[in-house]
Design a protein around this ligand. Structure first.
Ligand code: FE2
Length: 223
């Protein structure tokens, strides 16, 4: 038996979050204030040009932490796929943006294009304990839900004991300030409705990893 087609998801915590987050929260809140007409009052999504827009050492430190985590996950995930020998790889952020939500706003199911790895970093959100007190949203308040690759094929949600292993088709990640979640960019996900004392502020990004010698995974093809 082979258990094929893994879906690598990684959760990390930024060790410098206590220093980085307050500075970035102030900077992103100021950017939003300059665009009051962009979106409704309870949901704001910036353009995806944060990399060129923010020049702060705290942002550089966060990007460095994220890049290291993406590189580690990509290396583990591709252990059997990358060709043997030394590879010179360049990680590039091809988009980076932020969102601010509250008042039960949500971001519906979507996936990310033009990249191999994506992620979300939680800058600010109420604690899980506080979020769960919400009378209608409960423990889904502000979580990020990932939909596994079987979800779209389970027509009628057919279930018997033979396919019990397919029934865990989605994963809710309870966010926390300073948490980073990495996932394959094709994976559908949704930011569930959030309502809290603090605004939910996240930074999202898309990344590509390219080999300097060209993206050849079959080095002997055509030889
Ligand atoms: Fe997303």
């Amino acid at each position: 038996m082979q258990a094929l087609w893994p879906v690598p998801i990684d959760v990390q915590r930024c060790p410098e979050a206590a220093d980085i987050n307050p500075v970035l929260i102030r900077a992103l809140t100021a950017i939003r204030a300059m665009e009051p007409e962009r979106g409704p009052a309870n949901f704001y999504a910036s353009a995806d040009d944060l990399i060129s827009r923010i020049r702060l050492p705290e942002f550089e430190a966060l990007l460095k932490f994220i890049a290291g985590a993406v590189q580690n996950l990509a290396k583990q995930s591709n252990a059997q796929a990358w060709p043997p020998g030394k590879l010179s790889l360049d990680l590039q952020f091809v988009g980076c943006w932020f969102q601010i939500q509250n008042g039960q706003a949500f971001h519906d199911v979507h996936s990310h294009g033009n990249c191999s790895w994506s992620g979300v970093y939680y800058l600010q959100i109420d604690s899980a304990e506080q979020r769960c007190r919400h009378t209608t949203l409960g423990n889904m308040n502000g979580v990020t839900r990932f939909y596994g690759p079987y979800t779209q094929f389970q027509a009628g949600a057919y279930m018997d004991m033979g396919n019990a292993y397919l029934q865990n088709s989605s994963l809710d990640i309870q966010p926390d300030e300073g948490m980073l979640v990495l996932f394959p960019s094709y994976l559908p996900h949704k930011a569930m409705a959030y309502e809290g004392i603090k605004d939910r502020i996240i930074i999202s990004f898309n990344a590509q990893i390219n080999a300097r010698s060209g993206n050849q995974i079959h080095p002997y093809a055509g030889a």
